[in-house]
Design a protein around this ligand. Structure first.
Ligand code: GH3
Ligand code: MG
Ligand code: MG
Ligand code: MG
Ligand code: MG
Length: 313
C-alpha cells in the first residue's frame, strides 16, 4: 500500500446545516470525493445507490437524528461496515457514550477544528482500508487468487440456505488435476505451481456466471459452487472446463494424456417436494454440505477410475 498517495475515497457528509457541509467538504476535499445530504433520509438513499468509504454524520437533525440513522445502518448488513464519525454540538459524556454504543467509530464536537477533523478522518480511512485488505486476504488463496477453503465454506453455507429458501437447485464440482504428482516430478514444484495458476484461469472461464465461485480446496483440488444450477447445467460447466484445458494445451509429458487435464465429480442439490425438503432441512447445514461434497468426491473417484480427463455425476 502506498501511504503517501492513497486511492481517493468517497466521503458522505450529512448535516442539516449547509455551512457545516460547506466547511467540511472544503477541509476534506483532498481525501477524494465529497457527497452530501441534508437529512438522514437523503443520506440513506444515497448510501444505497453508491459505495461510500466514510460517513461524517451530524447527531442533531430534524426528523431523524444521527444516532437513529446510525442504528438503522447497523441493522442493514450492506451498510453496517461503513465507518461513521459522529459530529455533535454536545460535549457531554453521555452523548459521546451513546455515539459509540450506536456503532460510531469516532466522535467530534462542534465547532469543527480543521486539523482534528482531517486527522481523524485520515485515521479512520486508513483503518477501514487495512481492515478491508485483511478481510480480502483471509478469504483468498495466495497462489491462484481464487477463494480459499474458508471463504468457500461460508459460500456453501450461505448458498445452501438460499437454495432452500428459493427452492432452487445448487451444484458443486470437485475438480482434481490428473497425474499431478508426476507433473511435479517432471517439471519441478515451480512448474507445478504455474500449472495450478493456469488451471485457475480455466476454472474462471468455465464458471463465469455472476454468482459462481471457484475455490482452491486443497493442494491440486478445486471446488466450484454453482448456485441455481441443476445437474445438466453443472455438466455443461464441467465440459466447458475440459474444453478450456484442451485449448490451453499445457504440456504434461508424464501423463498418458500428454497435456494438463483434470477430472471432475459433480453433485447437485435438486429442489424437493415440500415434505421431503422439510425433513432434510431439519439436519444441520454442515452435515448437508458434507453429504453434498461426499457425493461429489465419489463421482470424482469414478471419473478417475474411468480414465481421467472427464466428468461424472
Ligand atoms: P490423480 O490423477 O489420481 O489425481 O494423481 P495425482 O498425482 O494428481 O494425485 P495425488 O493426490 O496422489 O497427488 C497430488 C499431488 O499434487 C501431490 C503434490 O505433489 C501435488 N501438489 C499438491 N499441492 C501442490 C501445490 O501447491 N503446488 C504444487 N506444485 N504441487 C502440489
Ligand atoms: Mg444539526
Ligand atoms: Mg488430489
Ligand atoms: Mg488425491
Ligand atoms: Mg490429482
Amino acid at each position: 500500500m502506498n501511504e503517501s498517495r492513497p486511492t481517493p475515497a468517497t466521503l458522505l457528509l450529512v448535516d442539516d446545516d449547509p455551512s457545516i457541509i460547506q466547511a467540511a467538504s472544503r477541509l476534506l476535499s483532498d481525501f477524494g470525493r465529497c457527497r452530501f445530504a441534508r437529512s438522514a433520509a437523503d443520506a440513506l438513499r444515497l448510501l444505497r445507490q453508491e459505495p461510500v468509504d466514510l460517513v461524517l454524520l451530524d447527531a442533531e437533525m430534524p426528523e431523524m437524528g444521527g444516532l437513529e440513522m446510525l442504528s438503522l445502518m447497523q441493522k442493514a448488513s450492506e451498510l453496517a461496515e461503513i465507518p461513521v464519525v459522529l459530529l455533535t454540538s454536545h460535549r457531554d459524556e453521555a452523548t459521546e457514550e451513546a455515539a459509540f454504543a450506536a456503532g460510531a467509530v469516532d466522535y467530534l464536537s462542534k465547532p469543527i477544528r480543521p486539523g482534528v477533523l482531517r486527522a481523524r478522518v485520515n485515521t479512520q480511512l486508513r483503518l477501514s482500508r487495512a481492515l478491508a485488505e485483511v478481510r480480502r486476504l483471509s478469504r483468498t488463496d495466495p497462489l491462484t487468487g481464487l477463494s480459499n477453503r474458508r471463504a468457500m465454506q461460508e459460500w456453501l453455507e450461505r448458498e445452501l440456505l438460499r437454495a432452500d429458501r428459493q427452492n432452487a437447485p445448487l451444484s458443486v464440482l470437485m475438480v482434481d488435476v490428473d497425474h499431478f504428482k508426476a507433473f511435479n516430478d517432471l517439471y519441478g514444484h515451480a512448474g507445478g505451481d504455474h500449472a495450478l495458476i493456469k488451471m485457475a484461469d480455466c476454472l474462471r472461464q468455465a464458471a463465469s456466471r455472476a454468482n459462481d465461485d471457484c475455490a482452491r480446496w486443497g493442494g491440486e483440488e478445486f471446488l466450484v459452487l454453482l448456485p441455481d444450477t441443476d445437474g445438466p447445467g453443472a455438466m455443461a460447466v464441467a465440459q466447458h472446463l475440459h474444453r478450456a484445458l484442451a485449448e490451453l494445451a499445457h504440456p504434461h509429458e508424464a501423463s498418458p494424456l500428454g497435456q494438463l487435464t483434470a477430472s471432475v465429480g459433480i453433485a447437485t442439490l435438486e429442489p424437493l417436494s415440500e415434505e421431503r425438503a422439510a425433513a432434510l432441512r431439519a439436519a444441520p447445514v454442515q452435515d448437508r454440505i458434507e453429504e453434498l461434497l461426499g457425493r461429489a468426491d465419489a463421482a470424482l473417484y469414478r471419473a478417475k477410475a474411468a480414465g481421467r480427463s472427464r466428468s461424472e455425476i
